[in-house]
Design a protein around this ligand. Sequence first.
Ligand code: GRF
Length: 216
Amino acid sequence: MAKLKVGILISGRGSNMAALIGAAEASDYPAEIACVVSNRQDAGGLEIARRAGIPTTVISHRGYPDRESFDRDVSAALEKHGVELVALAGFMRIQSPWFPRHWAGRQINIHPSLLPAFPGLHVQQQALDAGVRVSGCTVHFVTAELDAGPIIAQAAVPILAGDTEATLSARILRQEHRLYPLVVRWLAEGRVVEKNGQVEVAGVAPGATLLFSADP
Ligand code: GRF
């Protein structure tokens, strides 16, 4: 069966991108990474992608008069590689309404909190400041509203006494690297169905779309 072609958008170190590339190296993984696009020339992830033999494109947002014209060029670069699913992986640009509309149901993001708690930035520190006892990460479809699209799956981690933003971020990140390849697998297998903002994964019990960290 043909593999689902995934395009990954990054702005930085690209560890989630690397987790997806690693998963896709297995011959029985149902998705392949067709290209990586970065808005920053200096994104560390670009070198990882190049070494893995994945086509990379840099499109700096700086040269564009508005968000939509940048978004249209990013989209064209993805389409040139036959991308069927866009995976945001630390992509630090807010999209114009055009992009999530164009890729509706075909674009996902990973966010380091249990949405809808703590959207936005510095969310691990937000979780610590709020005093919550559990946090984690969320993979969701992307809509025009930031960090608010239908949730596909989450992974939970405990917040421990003495945690700092760095220790909590690292604990969450380990779960991100498990969760993102798993969700892309489900999408590639055609098992993810969204109806009225609610997502079901066929063949997966509702409870199994919430992972728990085994390494506190
Ligand atoms: C991750 O924590 C991800 O959840 C968030 O941005 C960070 C990107 O890290 N959206 P990396 O570039 O994947 O290492």
